[in-house]
Design a protein around this ligand. Structure first.
Ligand SMILES: *Cc1c(COP(=O)(O)O)cnc(C)c1O
Length: 228
């Protein structure tokens, strides 16, 4: 068995354990294999081991890898997306996790209309208000959801956050809790065109805590493909 296969098995086992601790059904949580900087051969290896969802943070890498993967492999855009690159990528990804401004959403709407597409997105939230990170602040989020929900070629599926880098994942628990509360609250408002079914949070260092706090999509890179 290859390293990637072993790692995938390990991550899936940990996911199940975290779900069990939280009384959740493992089917509620999707594993995204974050393959940024890794060669196509490693994505194919993960595919062989059952991975279908791949996370990338650069448009150029998606364009390069996309043609080399089977048709049922799905790409997720998880990195900051420049407006001038929207056109190239919107028909290659199943979900854009990193919508961090109204202006970016406007651009997605315009390009999606030209291509006659419905584009699924998440709004990125900077819960910890880190200078170095993109995303809406929590207090900006409701207004952003309402504005973007008016775009007819965009479907808001939920929220995404990148938690701070910490030694002990417990330090991020309150961040995940906070975002989950907001997620549940936004869902209960039943805004037209907004389903709030996806909560993308948790990476290699903290995905088990994120699952315990309600994550429905975890993005694991190093834990599957090794150090970058
Ligand atoms: C790189 C990256 C990940 C994966 O990080 P690991 O710590 O390697 O699991 C997850 N989410 C985003 C947005 C990333 O850029």
């Amino acid at each position: 068995m290859t390293m990637v296969m072993e790692n995938l098995m390990e991550v899936r086992k940990n996911m199940e354990k975290a779900c069990r601790r939280a009384g959740r059904d493992p089917k509620e949580v999707t594993l995204i294999a974050v393959s940024k900087t890794k060669p196509l051969s490693m994505l194919q290896e993960a595919y062989e081991a059952g991975a279908r969802d791949f996370g990338e943070n650069k448009v150029q890498e998606i364009l390069e890898k996309y043609p080399g993967m089977p048709a049922d492999a799905k790409f997720h855009m998880i990195g900051h997306l420049q407006r001038n690159k929207v056109r190239q990528v919107i028909d290659k990804v199943c979900l854009i996790h990193s919508v961090d401004s109204i202006r970016l959403a406007e651009q997605i709407e315009a390009e999606a209309e030209k291509k006659n597409l419905q584009v699924d997105i998440l709004l990125e939230v900077n819960v910890a208000r880190e200078e170095s990170k993109y995303g809406f602040f929590l207090e900006e989020l409701e207004n952003a959801v309402i504005q973007i929900s008016k775009f007819s070629h965009i479907r808001i599926k939920g929220l995404m956050t990148i938690a701070p880098f910490v030694e002990n994942p417990e330090e991020n628990r309150d961040i995940f809790q906070k975002l989950n509360h907001f997620f549940i609250d936004m869902k209960s408002k039943n805004i037209d065109n907004v389903s709030m079914s996806v909560l993308s949070m948790g990476m290699t260092g903290d995905y088990q805590v994120a699952i315990e706090e309600g994550s429905t999509m975890i993005r694991v890179g190093t834990g599957i493909f090794g150090a970058r």
